[in-house]
Each structure stands twice: as structure tokens, then as C-alpha cells.
Design a protein around this ligand. Structure first.
Ligand code: SOE
Length: 406
């Protein structure tokens, strides 16, 4: 043992843990959520490498310095290419609007870095295809590329997938999925980047619909093969913003107005590969609904239901039980045997939204360290992108049934 490995009392120091240097691009809502994940994961989970918050990147020097200080990043850059080039960055975490995902992700992969990219993977199928091709080339060099569908990491969702895979619902008949928010009900709510097609790709569809499409495919293990959609932009012009880059909380600039170029709401039906029928509703216009992601899956042996606003619970109906006593019962998904829960609090003490980002960070580290298959992969992100494109095509043609290519 070297002298440096001994404490003053002569006792052995704990072995030094390998670190994974993280560099993050973007620092608004998702940047704050991901920072929380990186900061916490290594303190809660026993990880083969400890995430180190090496550097954060944003265009505005004052703002990015403030974000670094607030969220615990060691350094700040104003150019994402400089962030990627840093020797202390092994993973690039992309939390920017969708229009920059492809360029940053492909550059980072080509520079030999692992990548975590926020959802939706890209703004177009072509961009997502280029990202998958870059991820495949990088995988051959041992690099990992993951897309941030964080709701897969809600313990109740992960557990629901296990129950379905075990056959507890039998053959699946229906998936019913809604994701409802209300932050655009007010027609004076400002024109943030999320309302411009050139930045966001689409509106409620890509922002919220992407999550429920991914969850439907993740939970059932099946892909959507065809869709039929309607879509609407109820408020077509909104107060223009003072500056670029503002997210959900942007402030309006005087009296100027600008055009909304994405959907406020998109609804669609679909068919899964097995023949099960699915319905989806994504809207930011559901007054009173703040973050209501709800799912119900019905099979010939039973049903499961989930509500993100009560995310520690899963409702389960076992249809093989005698009808006189059967019925939906609440499973409190807080036992140490449930996914991710062993590392957290005693049963019943519950987790929240932010924990999904901690689980995501822990899973990314484990995937890199063990060489296991990335989940959700860029290919999963591309598949969702193809569904979104088919939904848009169907909505443009007044609900004409549209096949989802594979
Ligand atoms: C805004 O609508 C938003 O932040 C989404 O972009 C996220 O993906 C979702 O988790 C919460 O709502």
C-alpha cells in the first residue's frame, strides 16, 4: 500500500472510484432536471463509476456561469464544440431544443464520447436516421447512445412492463394513453421556442405524444404499425418573446405577436403489431391538467392503469379472480423488491418526478460500465420519430390511415 493510500491513522483508504466526466449542453428546465440526476445518482446507487459534473454549456456567458454555480457544474463553456473537445468530458448530455440534437449528438459520437440526448430524439426522421447511423458506428468502438425517455424510469412503469412481459395481462387488446397539460390555455401565454416548428419539430405531439408513444411501445414490447390522427392549433398567434431561448417560463415583449407553427393538441388511434388497438391524446390545452400522463392497458387476463400525478401507484385488475371479489386494486410501488426502490426510502415513503432523472443517470452509467445494450436506444428514438411523422401525415390528410415504416 502506498503512503498516499493510508489515512493518518494508518487505516486503508477506500479504493478510488472511477469517474464518468459529464458535459451537458443546455440548462433550462431539462438541464436542471438532468443536473439533479447526475448530482444524485452516485450518492444513492452503488455505481461502477461516479458521475462528475465536469462542464455545462450555454450561449450566454453570464447565464451559463450562473447555471453552473446553481446546479453544481465545475466549469462552463459557451461553445458546445469546446465542451465536446474537453478531456474531462466522456459523456455529452444534450438538453437543447430538438433542432440542435442531431448536429451535437453526431459530433459528440464522432469525437469518441458517449451521448445522452433528450426526447424527442430529433425534429425529423432523416435527422434521427443519421443519429442512429452515428450511434451504430460508435457502438462498434464501445460508445453508448441513449435517448432520454425518462418516464420509463418511474418504478411503477418499469414494474408494469415486467408484469406484462410475465403474461399477467394475457393477450393485449387495448392501450389507452393520454398526456394532458394546460400551460397553453391562456392565449396570452408567450411564443416560446416550443411553439415554433423550426426549433421544436412539432408541438404537443413531439413534446408529450413522444412520451406516450414510447411508453406504449416499451410497456407492450410491440411497435405501432399504423395510425390515424387529428390535430389542431387553437391559438394561432401569441405574444412575441423578448429574447431567444426562453422555455416554458419565457416573458413577452411588448405588443408584438408571432405565429404559432406547431400543434396545440394531437389525437390519434393506432394498431400494435399484435393487432391490439391503441388511442393517444397529447394536448397542452386541457385546463386543470398539469402533467397528467395516464395509461391503461387491457388484456384478456387483466388490466393495468397508471397516472403520473400519482406515480408511486399502479392499479391492477386480475380478471382470472372470481368476479365477486375481483376489481382494480392499488399496488403501492415502494417496496425494496420493486425496480430502483432498494436504494431509496423505506416502503411507503415515495418518489417523485425528479427521481426519474436519477434513475436515468444511474442506468446510463451502468450501461457504459457493463457494455449492456443501451435502453432506450437511438433506434427506439427513431421508431418513435417514425410514428410521429406518420401521425403528422395522417392529420394533414384528415385522418387517413397511415402506415408506420419499420
Ligand atoms: C413540457 O411540456 C415538458 O417539460 C416536456 O417537455 C417533458 O418532456 C415532460 O416531462 C414534462 O413536460
Amino acid at each position: 500500500m502506498s503512503r498516499r493510500e493510508e489515512t493518518e491513522q494508518g487505516a486503508a483508504a477506500p479504493p478510488r472510484q472511477a469517474t464518468l466526466g459529464v458535459g451537458m449542453v443546455g440548462y433550462a428546465f431539462m438541464g436542471a432536471a438532468h443536473s439533479q440526476g447526475w448530482r444524485t445518482a452516485g450518492h444513492v446507487f452503488d455505481l461502477p463509476m461516479r458521475p462528475a459534473l465536469a462542464a455545462i454549456c450555454g450561449r450566454d456567458r453570464t447565464a451559463v456561469d450562473a447555471a453552473a454555480a446553481r446546479h453544481g457544474w465545475a466549469a462552463a463553456e459557451t461553445d458546445w464544440r469546446a465542451l465536446i473537445a474537453r478531456d474531462d468530458v466522456q459523456l455529452v448530455d444534450i438538453c437543447t431544443p430538438g433542432d440542435s440534437h442531431a448536429e451535437i449528438a453526431i459530433a459528440a459520437l464522432e469525437a469518441g464520447k458517449h451521448v445522452l440526448c433528450e426526447k424527442p430524439l430529433a425534429n425529423t426522421v432523416a435527422e434521427a436516421e443519421a443519429m442512429v447511423a452515428a450511434a451504430e458506428r460508435a457502438a462498434a468502438r464501445g460508445q453508448v447512445a441513449i435517448v432520454g425517455f425518462n418516464y420509463r424510469k418511474v418504478p411503477a412503469i418499469t414494474y408494469a412492463r415486467t408484469l406484462i412481459a410475465e403474461g399477467r395481462l394475457g393477450a393485449l387488446r387495448h392501450v389507452r394513453a393520454t398526456y394532458l397539460q394546460d400551460w397553453l390555455v391562456d392565449p396570452e401565454s408567450p411564443l416560446t421556442w416550443r411553439l415554433k416548428r423550426e426549433h421544436a419539430g412539432s408541438g404537443a405531439l413531439g413534446d408529450l405524444g413522444a412520451h406516450i408513444v414510447d411508453l406504449a411501445q416499451y410497456l407492450t414490447g410491440e411497435r405501432l404499425v399504423g395510425v390515424s390522427a387529428v390535430s389542431e392549433t387553437f391559438v394561432r398567434s401569441r405574444p412575441a418573446l423578448a429574447g431567444p431561448g426562453a422555455g416554458l417560463s419565457g416573458a413577452a415583449d411588448g405588443t408584438a405577436r408571432g405565429e404559432v407553427t406547431v400543434d396545440d393538441a394531437t389525437l390519434f388511434t393506432g394498431r400494435l403489431a399484435s393487432g391490439a388497438l391503441a388511442s393517444f391524446e397529447a394536448t397542452r390545452m386541457a385546463a386543470g391538467r398539469k402533467n397528467a400522463l395516464r395509461l391503461e392497458i387491457n388484456g384478456e387476463r387483466g388490466s393495468l392503469a397508471f397516472d403520473l400525478e400519482r406515480l408511486n401507484e399502479l392499479s391492477f385488475h386480475d380478471h382470472t379472480e372470481p368476479a365477486v371479489t375481483a376489481g382494480f386494486r392499488r399496488i403501492l410501488v415502494t417496496e425494496p423488491e420493486h425496480p430502483y426502490l432498494e436504494a431509496w426510502w423505506p416502503p411507503g415513503h415515495g418518489l417523485g418526478y425528479e427521481h426519474t432523472f436519477v434513475h436515468q443517470a444511474a442506468d446510463v452509467v451502468r450501461t457504459i460500465a457493463t457494455g449492456s445494450a443501451p435502453m432506450p436506444s437511438f433506434a427506439d428514438g427513431l421508431q418513435v420519430q417514425r410514428v410521429l411523422a406518420a401521425v403528422e401525415e395522417s392529420a394533414e390528410k384528415n385522418s387517413v390511415h397511415t402506415t408506420v415504416p419499420f
